[in-house]
Every structure is written in structure tokens, then in C-alpha cells.
Design a protein. Structure first.
Length: 452
């Protein structure tokens, strides 16, 4: 190598040196001593030292935040709405997450949280008047997601009370009934349940209800059974749907828990949503005054109006369950080490995480638009059904992938993810199974009804 060539190399080298960094370094170490030591090292030792230094600088790198809202949809909410969302998130993280597995395992409901939840002031959020919020369906959807992100049992309890029970009164009650019941339900002073499904009739409730009602004098007499009724073991009132023996139409009733003809027995040994208290209800000559019949529930079409509204909420709940599982899995993969490094650094693990995030983002953007349709008064049965089918299917796939990423720990309750896998199964089936919601969408897009 010629002299000029060496000078040119040295000049190039000097240009690459950050003199500020060298000056800072010289204050920490004796540079002459450092250079003398390094120059004595052989190639192998130098390579080892470089690796160590790189590992050190990697360690200092901040980990990205764990956040399943990849397209930052929550940023589109107003400041006030985001405040409500944060309040609910804080409640779920501080009051629910620490006790979720314990109550799920015991299959008990944490009754003490009702008064705490009441303070959030979020029941009947979209209803206008009667002490309710008059807020958007979009915000309500976000809240359902937020709850299910931590515990689907709690979001189910809330959905049954605020959506199905309060919604039945809001959509089908008389002014007097709304004025009496909605303000106290909004404050959670009384809790509601919703009884439609029966032991022998689930998917076929529209035409097949066997629970009967008959008007005798000023009273209605109800007979039959209802299965799966969430909250009904402790709720103050249960909305019961029954077929009128006289005109064959479906009517709705507000049944109080102290009614002599009403018995609610807890369903035991569920493998999903164990915290939710589901009841088998038996109605034996259950007498209800005309004043407790929902005055504007005249046929199953009115029941279907309630279900349309709440089905959209269940789609959001599926997003929450998927989001919670994705976030748990992402955090776990960043912490769990195998072969000396976090498993998040393996290509196959990242592939699963990205597949989950893609599904989750598609679900989120779908329910976002669904709520916009709802807020614009354009929501149809098929809109809600498509979202319920798609989101619950993708939720099932996300929780499966998430559990896979936990390896063996994925089946231990203490790691949370097992609860998400189990709970997803119930969300997948309730408020209309995949098949029934697909038939609703199929009928809308083809003009042909494939219902039997
Ligand atoms: C945890 C939980 C909570 C619940 N909470 C409540 C509640 O609070 N209030 C309430 O009223 N109900 C509640 N339900 C009931 C729920 O809505 C029903 O379970 C659901 O509607 C399905 O009814 P089913 O279980 O009787 O199933 P079935 O109707 O017996 O269906 C069994 C299978 O057959 C399929 N199937 C049925 N008919 C058809 C068809 N025509 N074509 C193709 N496939 C078909 C279904 O898709 C399903 O795969 C709850 C259920 C669960 C699991």
C-alpha cells in the first residue's frame, strides 16, 4: 500500500469519527489505555467484545408499547369520550384484572363491584332521557371492547343489564315504565336480566317460543322455562318473553325477583364466562300485573329490535376479547426467553403476532363503521349479523394463536390467556350462533331465505 493511499484511508476514517462522542468517552475512560488494550487483542477476543457491546446497547433500547389499537382509532374520539374510556380502563385494570381469575375459578360474581361500576356512570349510555347519557353508539362500543379486553364476564354482565334489560324497557316500555325503571337501572340500584332462550328453543326463538302468557282479568299468567339467563340468580327484575295463547304473538314482561311463580336456579359447571351467573328459570303460574307488561312489545319484531342493538355490542365485545388476548401474548413474547433471547425475536412468533394484529385491526375497523351506521340510524339486522359472525370467528382464531404463544403456560389460569380462550367460546355462540347470523346475512345478499 502506498503512502498516499494510507493517508487517504486515514482521512476517510477521521471523517467517520464523532469527535463529540470521543470527547465524552475520554472523560469516562483513559483512551490511551483502552487503545493499548484493544490493539493487543486477537480477532476472536475482538469479536466477542463487539458482541458484548452490541448486546449491551440492545438492552438499553426501549421496548415498543403493547397496544392493540394499531390504527389509533381511539384518537378519533373527542377529549370527553377519551376521558370516559380512560376511566373505564382504569376501573378494569385496578378493580377487575386483579380478581378476574379468582372469581372465574370460583364461578362467583364479585357483587362488591356493582357499586364501584355505578360510579362510572355508563349504564344506558346511548339512551336519551331518563337519566341516561345520550352518547354515541361508537363510544359505547369502545367501552364494551375495553371491558372485554380485561374480562369478558364483566362485559357480559354489563351488556345484559345495560343493553338487553334496559334496552328492552327503553325500546318497548311505556313512558311511565321508562320513567320508573330506567333512572334506577342507570344508577345500578337495581339490576336487570333478559329471558328469551329456553331449554328446547335457542336459535329458533323467533317462531318457536314455548313459554306462554295468558291474560286472566287484570293479570297475566306465565308458564314455561328459560335457560342461560345471565344475572338472573341475583337480578331484581328479569325481562321475560312469552307467547300469548290468545293471539300467538310474543309479549315482554318485567318479572320481579320476589314473584312467587318465579324460580331462578344457578347453572353450574360452565367452562366459559364462569363469573357470569346464568340461570335456569322456571315460571309456574307466574302472575304479572298488566302494568308490568312492556306496553310497546307487540310481536317478536319488537324483541328483534332489542337484539339488533345488542348484537352490535357483542361484536365489539369479541374485538375486546381478541384485543386482550393479543396484548397478553405480545407482552409475554417480549418477556419470555428461549435460546437466550426473547421469543418475540423469532420469525415464526412474529408471523403469528402479525396475523393476530391484522385480524384484530380488521375487526376494529369493521365495528367502528358498524357503530357509525348505528349512530346514523342506518343499522340493519344484516349489518349487525355480519359483524357478529366475522368478529367472533376472528376472535376465536386470535385467542388460539395467543394461547399457542404461551406454550404450556397457556393452559394455566394464572397466565390469564386460558380464560380468554374459554370465554371466547361463549361469545361465539350467544346472541345468535355463526350459522344463524350467516343465514340472516345470506338472506339479505341473495334475496333467498335459507331458514328452515
Ligand atoms: C354464556 C351464555 C350466556 C347466555 N345468556 C343469555 C341471556 O342472558 N338471555 C338469553 O335469552 N339467552 C342467553 N344465552 C342463550 C344464547 O343466546 C343461545 O345459546 C344461542 O342463541 C344458541 O341457542 P342454543 O344454545 O339453544 O343452540 P341451538 O339453537 O340448539 O343450536 C345448536 C347448533 O345448531 C345450529 N343450528 C340451529 N338451527 C340452525 C339452522 N336453521 N341452520 C343451521 N344451523 C342451525 C346452531 O348454529 C348451533 O350450531 C346465553 C348463552 C350462553 C352460552
Amino acid at each position: 500500500m502506498g503512502l498516499f493511499e494510507s493517508f487517504s484511508q486515514i482521512r476517510t476514517l477521521l471523517k467517520t469519527i464523532d469527535l463529540n462522542a470521543v470527547s465524552k468517552l475520554s472523560k469516562k475512560v483513559d483512551l490511551n489505555k483502552l487503545m493499548a488494550t484493544v490493539s493487543k487483542m486477537d480477532d476472536e477476543d475482538l469479536a466477542k467484545m463487539l458482541k458484548l457491546l452490541q448486546a449491551g446497547s440492545r438492552k438499553k433500547k426501549e421496548k415498543p408499547p403493547v397496544n392493540g389499537d394499531f390504527y389509533e382509532l381511539d384518537k378519533t374520539l373527542t377529549v370527553e369520550e377519551r376521558g370516559i374510556l380512560l376511566k373505564v380502563r382504569n376501573f378494569m385494570e385496578t378493580e377487575i384484572r386483579p380478581i378476574a381469575n379468582e372469581y372465574w375459578n370460583k364461578a362467583h360474581f364479585p357483587m362488591h363491584i356493582i357499586s364501584l361500576m355505578a360510579k362510572l356512570n355508563i349504564c344506558g349510555l346511548t339512551y336519551h332521557g331518563y337519566g341516561c347519557g345520550g352518547k354515541s353508539a361508537l363510544l359505547e362500543g369502545f367501552l364494551a371492547m375495553e371491558m372485554a379486553r380485561v374480562d369478558s364476564s364483566i362485559s357480559t354482565f354489563f351488556g345484559v343489564h345495560s343493553g338487553l334489560a334496559m334496552g328492552s324497557i327503553y325500546l318497548c316500555g311505556s313512558e311511565e315504565q321508562k320513567e320508573y325503571w330506567l333512572p334506577i337501572m342507570q344508577k345500578m340500584e337495581i339490576i336487570g336480566a333478559f329471558g328469551l332462550t329456553e331449554p328446547e328453543v335457542g336459535s329458533g326463538v323467533a317462531g318457536g317460543l314455548t313459554t306462554t302468557c295468558k291474560k286472566i282479568g287484570d293479570e297475566w299468567v306465565l308458564n314455561g322455562q328459560k335457560k342461560w339467563i345471565g344475572n338472573a340468580t341475583f337480578s331484581d327484575i328479569t325481562i321475560i318473553w312469552a307467547r300469548n295463547l290468545d293471539d300467538n304473538q310474543v309479549k315482554g314482561f318485567i318479572v320481579r325477583k320476589d314473584n312467587q311463580g318465579f324460580e331462578a336456579k344457578k347453572m353450574e359447571d360452565k367452562m366459559a364466562l364462569r363469573t357470569v351467573q346464568n340461570a335456569l328459570i322456571t315460571l309456574t303460574d307466574c302472575k304479572i300485573p298488566e302494568s308490568d307488561r312492556l306496553q310497546n312489545a307487540n310481536s317478536f319484531k319488537d324483541t328483534a329490535n332489542v337484539l339488533r342493538m345488542t348484537r352490535a355490542g357483542v361484536a365489539w365485545q369479541a374485538v375486546g376479547c381478541g384485543r386482550g388476548a393479543y396484548e397478553l401474548a405480545l407482552k409475554y413474547t417480549m418477556e419470555r426467553k428461549q435460546f437466550g433471547r426473547p421469543i418475540a425475536g423469532f420469525q415464526l412468533v412474529q408471523d403469528l403476532l402479525v396475523t393476530m394484529l391484522g385480524d384484530l385491526t380488521a375487526m376494529q375497523t369493521m365495528v367502528y363503521r358498524l357503530s357509525q351506521l348505528q349512530d346514523g340510524g342506518q343499522l340493519t339486522d344484516e349489518h349487525a349479523s355480519l359483524a357478529k359472525v366475522f368478529c367472533t370467528l376472528r376472535m376465536r382464531s386470535i385467542v388460539d394463536h395467543a394461547r399457542e404463544l404461551f406454550g404450556g403456560n397457556g393452559i394455566l389460569l394464572e397466565y390469564d390467556i386460558a380464560r380468554f380462550v374459554a370465554d371466547a367460546e361463549a361469545i361465539y355462540s350467544y346472541e345468535g350462533t355463526k350459522e344463524i347470523n350467516s343465514l340472516i346475512v345470506g338472506r339479505a345478499i341473495t334475496g333467498e331465505s335459507a331458514f328452515v
